[in-house]
Design a protein around this ligand. Structure first.
Ligand SMILES: [Zn+2]
Length: 479
């Protein structure tokens, strides 16, 4: 092992993208498998990335007037059944507790697949008057959905997420909330993860079980498939009526509340991996990277090398950069490939010769650029600027990929050929008939990702049936 210079290579993205993805998840030490299928272990490095996403979102939620709460993880079966569409949507994937201790339970308890029903039950109890509104709660938790096919972060039987649930006195206010939270997700993706999203409304077939409207952020992966990365739902009064969530309004009349819910999950880790990663492993956007710069000493046993490395680390840390020093007893080459696999944005090399010349070498993970820089009072500022520049470069690259992979088509022949040869988003017109949507999915494997009716139509007729078109739709194969 001692003379081994590099980590074992991972599968190339172009050879087998699915295998490449699994290799990165495991070799970057983001996760491990447990003994139950679909239930993964979030290792410290993977969890640290999630914590940075959490911190960002939690701050934005609180700035916009939301409060964190915690609901029980078990839902009585009768409670879940109160809203018909909701139970129909979730029943097939529920895990159910039937015993408590040594006794069979009188009523089965469902492990939460999502917590709308619990929030509704609670809101119905605590809200009486317009003075009690709005209520804007969020909870950080895990949910369980019994999935047949599972993949780390993308589809798990248990995953971590946040779910926001709000109730309002007016429809207008609830609709505003729905769009505000969609906007926060879109900004988080762009500002923190350097991922440009396509945002829009889901079709009736793809919307959340029980929602009137579902809005989504969709990211485009390197292989041209889309990933739904966060959703925001407008519920209208559907749940309010099922759960009798009423309030006494200013005009002295009893009214039902208007409701929203919105969620984002550890799926976002999958998006980061598949949007930015390369054949050497993970490439982390600097703002979400738990470690932004790794110092790797060269000939670290020579006098003065480690001392200098530690001094640089202290200096950078003091300037707010998330920096670590890799002084493990391994060859520098080994450490280079390890930190590349883990996607650490910057590497700083320092050896005896560099110290003599009062300089060090910086290497950018996103494009491999290598530069020699002076070790002086400007180093911290320079590193900070470089990290910001890398964020912009990664966002630009992902945006160019998304835009180059968005294809406007008018005919079904074009649709099929483009999807087959180029992949990515197929932008096409649709009549609104669920039958056309179902046929397109069945025949091509592409689903409606979202509708973007604010854009200018490029054709008058449905791409499938030729009838009058109603919606501008982004189709894609998706995870
Ligand atoms: Zn049609």
């Amino acid at each position: 092992m001692a003379n081994q210079k590099k980590l074992d290579a991972i599968t190339s993205r172009d050879v087998d993208f699915a295998q490449w993805y699994t290799d990165v998840c495991r070799k970057a030490e983001l996760m491990d498998y447990s003994s139950i299928k679909g239930f993964i272990i979030y290792r410290p490095y993977g969890y640290a990335i999630w914590e940075r996403i959490q911190n960002y979102l939690d701050q934005r939620f609180k700035e916009t007037g939301h409060e964190n709460v915690y609901m029980p993880m078990l839902i009585p079966e009768s409670l879940l059944q109160k809203e018909a569409d909701h139970v129909e949507g979730f029943a097939p994937e529920c895990a159910v507790v039937t015993r408590g201790g040594l006794n069979e339970l009188e009523e089965k308890l469902v492990i939460r697949p999502t917590s709308e029903t619990l929030f509704c039950e609670h809101y119905a109890k605590v809200v009486n008057s317009y003075r009690d509104l709005p209520k804007k709660y969020n909870q950080w938790c895990s949910v369980v959905r019994w999935e047949k096919t599972t993949r780390p972060f993308l589809r798990g039987s248990e995953f971590l997420w946040q779910e926001g649930h709000t109730i309002h006195a007016t429809e207008e206010e609830a609709r505003e909330e729905t769009l505000q939270m969609l906007h926060i997700y879109e900004e988080m993706s762009r500002e923190l993860l350097a991922i440009p999203m396509v945002t829009g409304k889901k079709t009736d077939k793809e919307k959340f079980a029980g929602a009137e409207e579902t809005y989504t952020i969709e990211a485009l992966m390197h292989d041209g498939k889309a990933l739904q990365s966060g959703t925001s739902h407008y519920f209208g009064q559907g749940f309010a009526k099922a759960f009798d969530m009423k309030f006494l309004d200013k005009d002295g009349r009893q009214k039902y509340v208007y409701q929203t819910s919105w969620g984002a999950s550890t799926r976002l880790l999958g998006a980061i991996i598949m949007v930015h990663g390369d054949d050497n492993g993970l490439v982390l956007p600097p703002r979400v990277a738990p470690t932004q710069l790794m110092i790797i000493p060269i000939q670290q046993k020579k006098p003065g090398v480690l001392e200098k490395a530690e001094a640089i680390m202290a200096d950078l840390k003091a300037q707010g950069i998330r920096v670590k020093l890799d002084d493990a007893d391994k060859s520098p080459g080994w450490k280079f490939s390890e930190q590349e696999m883990r996607g650490i944005p910057l590497r700083l090399e320092i050896g005896p010769k560099d110290i003599e010349n009062n300089q060090c070498v910086l290497v950018k993970r996103n494009d491999g650029t290598k530069m020699t820089v002076a070790i002086d009072e400007n180093l911290g500022k320079m590193v900070s600027e470089l990290l910001e520049q890398m964020h912009e470069e990664m966002l630009l690259k992902a945006t160019q990929h998304r835009d180059a992979s968005t294809h406007e088509v008018k005919t079904y022949e074009e649709f099929k050929e483009t999807l087959e040869k180029k992949g990515g988003y197929i932008k096409a017109m649709w009549c609104g008939d669920p039958e056309c949507e179902a046929k397109i999915k069945e025949e091509t494997g592409a689903t409606t990702r979202c509708m973007k009716d604010e854009l200018t139509p490029h054709s008058d007729t449905c791409v499938y049936c030729g009838k009058k078109a109603k919606h501008i739709v982004y189709f894609a194969k998706a995870y």
